[in-house]
Design a protein around this ligand. Structure first.
Ligand code: SF4
Length: 424
């Protein structure tokens, strides 16, 4: 049977390698999973994947090494717990990234993400787009993730939001620009719709909204968006949009490179079920968090999980480092990112261990290296005289409010380790 890999993308499936294995990406509304959803994902990982789950920095979950003929059963089991892969890849509104930093605005932000997710997911008016369309909702300006979204929303308090647009990374990184200030929550949906419509109408196939902004200029793009804006009918939020996740004391659980065994994830989910609110948060740094009633319970759970092999206390998990799958699992990957990250971390001086890091397996920049204090991007492969091909890395630093920029390019691994050894 010939598999139409292009068509599979809209259902959140990418071809992983020439052997026909697939990567399946599951959208997680507001980056929050219930315990039954975690259990369903663990069963899928053990039954149809490699027993592990990959947590992305946009709050999605990936299964790797999936066989094509298992997809219907996987989709069925996901639907049983209210999860979907629809639009997680391909030309669609992708999984909406949601702020996961604790704070008073977290509930508001989660509510906005749930509403947008519900509206755009599987909506045929917003599928078949020229390329991906990324929305992110943040509870503040820390981390600057609003800069890299096609449509970035920042909660500024009192039910008001700043909206940024036309940002993106990849081979042509471009920071988004401020589209409008002080938008009320009720207007966000119609504004998002307008931007997606303008994107669908004016972007050539394979191009992001940032391309339209470059071609037309910001002011013309603003006019097009204003013309496309149709006021949304008044709606009242449904009860399930405000899950009120994030109360109590927060236990953050480090997960190196977002790679976690299903058996370990089950232990964390059990703690959330017995002692917490039955929910787990997938953080923006590919880690996990749960909320517990008080500090005493938190210490007990931390000790129990430590006894089960979590919180290993190694440098790898002590450092904030986002790492994509690289050529371990990704067809686009040019370098074994987890191995590179381990060597980089081992080479760091004490000061550099307090910085944030990101290691990207290709210029697509999925782990957002331009938003880390130090970013590493695998730029290309170089052929040696013996025919072998070795990766070359670009080193990025971020010092101001914008995106990080390259400070050294074309480094081989030894050159990269020498450069990072000087940091700090
Ligand atoms: S950055 Fe490149 S290698 Fe890494 S996950 Fe994205 S596409 Fe794959």
């Amino acid at each position: 049977m010939t598999i139409d890999y292009q068509r599979l993308r809209l259902d959140g499936v990418y071809r992983q390698n020439d052997a026909g294995q697939l990567m399946l990406r599951v959208k997680v509304p507001a980056s929050v999973l219930s315990v039954p959803q975690v259990e369903a994902l663990c069963i899928l990982a053990e039954s149809f994947s490699n027993g592990r789950l990959h947590l992305t920095c946009r709050g999605s979950v990936e299964l790797h090494g999936v066989e094509h003929d298992r997809l219907p059963e996987i989709f069925r089991q996901l639907a049983m717990v209210g999860l979907t892969t629809r639009g997680a890849c391909g030309g669609a509104v992708r999984g909406i990234s949601c702020s996961t930093s604790a704070g008073p605005g977290l509930g508001t932000v989660q509510r906005v993400v749930r509403r947008l997710h519900r509206h755009f997911t599987g909506n045929p008016h917003f599928e078949g787009l020229p390329k991906k369309f990324k929305i992110g909702v943040e509870s503040g300006y820390d981390g600057a993730r609003h800069l890299i979204q096609d449509f970035g929303i920042v909660h500024t308090g009192n039910g008001r939001f700043d909206v940024w647009c036309a940002g993106g990374l990849g081979r042509e990184p471009q920071a988004g620009f401020l589209l409008c200030r002080n938008v009320v929550e009720e207007e966000l949906l119609s504004l998002a719709e307008a931007v997606v419509r303008v994107y669908a109408r004016h972007a050539p196939a394979g191009k992001r909204l940032k391309h339209v902004a470059r071609e037309f200029g910001r002011e013309r793009l603003r006019e097009l968006i204003a013309d496309a804006c149709v006021p949304a009918p008044p709606t009242k939020p449904s009860l399930n949009e405000a899950l009120d996740v994030g109360n109590g004391v927060r236990l953050d659980i480090p997960v190196f490179a977002g790679e976690i065994e299903a058996a370990q994830l089950r232990l964390i989910a059990r703690a959330a079920a017995v002692h917490g609110d039955g929910m787990l948060i997938l953080t923006a740094n590919q880690d996990l968090a749960l909320f517990l009633p008080d500090q005493t319970v938190l210490e007990r759970i931390r000790n129990e999980l430590t006894g089960q092999g979590l919180f290993p206390g190694t440098a790898e998990t002590a450092i904030t480092c986002r790492i994509c799958p690289g050529n371990h699992e990704c067809r686009m990957g040019l370098a074994p990112t987890r191995d590179v990250a381990r060597q980089v971390i081992a080479a760091l001086g004490p000061q550099a261990r307090t910085m944030t890091w990101a290691v990207s397996g290709c210029p697509n920049s999925c782990p957002q290296p331009q938003l880390a204090d130090v970013g590493i991007i695998t730029g290309k492969l170089v052929k040696a005289d013996d025919g072998s091909r070795t990766p070359r890395f670009d080193l990025y630093r971020r010092n101001g409010d914008g995106l990080g920029t390259a400070v050294a390019t074309g480094l081989d691994l030894n050159g990269l380790l020498a450069e990072v050894g000087k940091l700090g």
